[in-house]
Design a protein around this ligand. Structure first.
Ligand SMILES: [Zn+2]
Length: 262
């Protein structure tokens, strides 16, 4: 029985231009479903096309990655929000959106990044959709700022994707009712393994962020590598992999409002 899920990857990216269909067919043999995340308008449109071609297997969360915020005008962002609203039935969440202090250092750009994040959180609330958060940089500062913003904005459904913060912060996030998603690079991260052990399993999710964050560095990542996250969660919690699969599937359905087939 195939029961694993990749809640965050980028099947639209150029790293798959040569063999995208094969990558998706291979993923279908191992996974129950994948969520491909749109990082800007054109990318999100393409993601929707992929979802249409692979209905019930590829799901989409359109977002505006924080590193792409500065290059977009208010008009473009407004049009994009309208596009997202019009396609509400074809998507399962909004993201990735968030804060990136690793690539963006200019205070004015950071201010803009925060405003745009709040804007998209408003859209998610209006459409009653969960958000997929990218929070990166300067220790745990981006995660802490992001957590404050989502709770101030009264967001109920959110997942902190590719969580790199400390276990204590992960626990705090789960106490607020949000979810933590761990990537395949967990095999190289002691802190992620600790998170896998410490947070309630009812708030854990699994992802690859493919083509990035491969378990074997450097190599192009693919959704089926999410398997190692399940194995690591099971190992850390001393449970059967099947139990981890069942829990995470329930979490996925609860957060994204999707009921998976069989
Ligand atoms: Zn991503």
């Amino acid at each position: 029985m195939i029961e694993i899920i990749d809640i965050h990857c980028h099947l639209t990216f150029e790293q798959y231009d040569e063999d995208r269909e094969q990558v998706i067919e291979d993923a279908k043999k191992v996974l129950k479903c994948v969520v491909t995340s749109g990082v800007e308008p054109e990318d999100a449109k393409y993601a929707l096309e992929l979802a249409e071609m692979h209905e019930g297997f590829v799901f989409v969360t359109p977002g505006l990655h924080p590193i792409h915020v500065a290059s977009r005008t208010d008009q473009e962002i407004g049009d994009y929000e309208e596009f997202i609203s019009e396609n509400k039935r074809r998507i399962v969440g909004i993201g990735e959106i968030g804060l990136d202090y690793h690539w963006v250092r200019d205070p004015l750009k950071i201010k803009r990044m925060k405003e745009v994040l709040v804007e998209f959180l408003g859209l998610a609330k209006e459409l009653d959709l969960p958000v997929v958060l990218h929070l990166r940089g300067t220790g745990s500062e981006a995660i802490e700022d992001g957590l404050k913003i989502v709770s101030d904005e009264d967001i109920r459904k959110a997942v902190f994707h590719c969580f790199t913060g400390k276990p204590q912060l992960a626990e705090q996030i789960c106490e607020e009712g949000y979810y933590i998603s761990l990537p395949a690079s967990i095999v190289r991260s002691k802190s992620m393994r600790k998170v896998a052990r410490r947070v309630p399993i009812s708030h854990l999710l699994t992802e690859t962020d493919a083509p990035y964050l491969s378990p074997t560095e450097e190599e192009r990542n693919v959704p089926q590598h999410v398997k190692v996250v399940y194995e690591e969660i099971a190992r850390q919690r001393k449970i059967e992999v099947r139990e981890a699969e069942a829990e995470i599937e329930r979490n996925f359905e609860r957060l994204f409002g999707v009921v998976l087939r069989g």
